[in-house]
Write a protein that binds this ligand. Sequence first.
Ligand code: FES
Length: 105
Amino acid sequence: MSWVRLAKTGDLEPGGKGCITSVHNQEIALFRTADGYHAVQNSCPHRGAPLGQGHLDGQDVLCPWHGWTFNVKTGQCVTTPGMDLKTYPVRVEGENVMVDVPEVL
Ligand code: FES
C-alpha cells in the first residue's frame, strides 16, 4: 500500500473538472462524482489524451480528443469494450483525498 494525498476535498466540485497528478511516475486523473472521489489512469488507452481534462457526465468521462467514454468508478470503457482504465483505491482522511498508487519498479 502506498497512499498519497492527491487533493483536498474542497479542490474538486461534484461533477466538475478533474485534476491530474503524477505519482511514482504514473499520471493519475482524479474525479469527484455525486457519490465520491474516483481515480483512474490519466492516459486514454486510444491515443493517450489526458482524461483528467475530459468532460464528466455523471459517472462517465468523455475523452477530450475523440470522445471515447469511460466509467470513472469502474474504469470500464463504455464505447470500446476491453479498453478499460486502471483504477486506484481512494479514501478520504479529514480534508485529504488519498489514493493508493503502487510504486512501479
Ligand atoms: S485519445 Fe481518447 S478517444 Fe482518442
